[in-house]
Design a protein around this ligand. Sequence first.
Ligand code: ASN
Length: 309
Amino acid sequence: MSEAKARTREEDGREDRRLRLGLLSDVLLETTRFFHEERFTQLLPVILGRSTDPLGPDPGSSVLKTAEIEYLGERFYLMNSMILHKQIAVRDVGRIWILSPNVRLERRERATSGRHLFEFTQADFEIPRARSADVRDLVERYFVHLGATLREHPAFPALGVEPPRFSVPWQACTTHELEERYGPSWEGPASEASDQPFWALCHRREFYDREDPAAPGHFLNYDLIYPYGYGEALSGAEREWEIDRIRARITRDGVPHAAFRAFLEAARDLVPSAGAGFGIERLVRFLVRAPHVGDVQLFRRVPGETPIL
Ligand code: ASN
């Protein structure tokens, strides 16, 4: 290949990235507008916490460890997610949302999944006294809002992709039904087989997702899965909010109590709530059909890749 052609391809890559980042910027604007119109209070994110999301047990999780630092004699964890802070915030403030930077030290092998990053931003929200169906309805309205407001965005024709058309309500299946149909690694094939996002209900997961008191062994949580093989978009749940149930779940999960001491102290009078979080980069990757989620970041954070800065 001649040098001129190589340069052109690099310039094309740069132009694609500029277009994707332009769309991402408008996704942030429309997300902010939506949550504001839905009467959520936006909080600023927390980056260092005395407790953070254990990200497990979850068969889908592949983090090597939780990053931590020592500062003035105190141990702080880098935020895996703000779920524990959200439970305090929903008690103290009410309906809240946050654009929350998360650090997840994913295994090197995750580089090729197309959708894992060691640093990303999620839109994370929580609603007092909400139930699973309320959150799923809100998320569907959010996607319809995005589809309507971004339909004419110039990035779509410039990148040669169709703007998304969302038709709601979306199908909801339990993970048990999905496993029966597609096997234990159902997410990829089920996503490939769909042309609209769909809900996957009832995952056995972290202690903060509520186990159905009427049906132990069943969980009042939900994932949203993108179609066309783009995989997980969002995860959320009704929450465990009674301190004794939280303690029992932490013990059952075998995660170290010491890492949650600060949370257990702060979590004495929680309120029932439900919420969810979705990755902004995964959302934009899906909208523009980018090969890798790192393609929508200016400073790529792909496991095992050395970032330019
Ligand atoms: N944000 C998710 C939730 O609300 C938790 C996570 O990111 N692990 O359930």
